[in-house]
Write a protein that binds this ligand. Sequence first.
Ligand code: GAL
Length: 421
Amino acid sequence: MRSTRRALAAVVGAAALLVASACGTGEDDDSTAAQVEVFTWWAEGGEKAGLDALVSRFTTACPGQQFSSGAVAGGAGVNAKQVLNARLQQNDPPDVFQVHAGAELLDHIDSGQIEDLSAEFSTWGLTGTLPAGLIETITVNGKLWSVPVGVHRANVVWTNDQVLADSGILTAPKTLKEFIGNLGRLRRNGVESPLALGRDWTQLMLLESVLISDLGPKRFTGLFTGATKWEGEAVADAIDDYATVLGFSNADRDSLDWPQATRLLADGKAGYQMMGDWVGAELEAASFSGYDSFTFPGNGKAFQWLADSFALSSGAANPAGGRCWLQTVASPEGQQAFSVQKGSIPARTDAPTIGFSDYQLAASADWKSGVAVPSCAHGSACSQPWQNAANAALGAFSTSEDKAALQSALAAAAKQFVRQG
Ligand code: GAL
């Protein structure tokens, strides 16, 4: 319980840092250790496996500190972020919490909820080892606010090869038109829901991929800086395409989280799933190997990125423990161990790639050579309130199918939440 944890941290405090702990896992009950509450939304499957890999390194690297999981399940943090915000407002913060690098940090910074980590970045070897573009997105007011652990690619389509082969589909579609053709072919062959999809934020991801195909990476990115208008024909045409693709998805999409949509794919109920590259880790964790993946058709070399990172709460009960967690997260070995399990690629360019899948090696190469575009659904492009508004608009469209209402809701959200410069 929170109060017990606070009391423990206060009593044991810095002295505990000096005590060498022999605990085998971070969850072991060590009454002499100071608890470090790490708040995430990684509660099961490939996500928990990634977190566990960090916990095991933390346990070795931070004697006297004990990992305490504050995980709240729910893809993309839909539930966790609500709990976190309530706790931050009640002045009951976890020591460290998961947050996306980029615009998602802004409200936490504005509200004084997280610590400036600029000095730690150089002590922990992050200066010069993170891609310049990534450093730019986490620098606000000239300071650095969160430690990125891994980079994921959002614009990926995952396949069930057997389902596709049964309909004679043996190659990846190159264009959105070809993709829609394949979806139609699957349905004609008796696959009722060719595209596995989940709730609101997963639908936003699908719309974003269609927008990248139809507008191109530059105009897509401009949607989040004010340079591209949400009103007008280009976005209206993309919404038409989105509605067509959505029509091939499962009718119960609004009640599913992404792992349940992945299950539809693995169980052969769907031929495709559009989702970020944490799906690979999930399928591996479920021992399903009959899959493949390709970049969303028509996205070209666009690498739609998002980065998982951790921030230190301003009111952390155990800031020393929180810093030790962040240092673990910052280390090349921590990032490698995490990514092997999570399906991401390390944020650091000097992290070892031992144990990486062929997909991860290809993703690392694409991250270097591709065109980086940010993600609204996963906070690199949009602040939290903007994400909430976009998710709500997509959720409403899923039942209303009112294209004009969707476009004007997205335009209104951009007007309200865009921040220049
Ligand atoms: C993203 C997060 C990923 C993955 C995904 C699904 O927001 O960055 O690491 O966990 O949600 O839950």
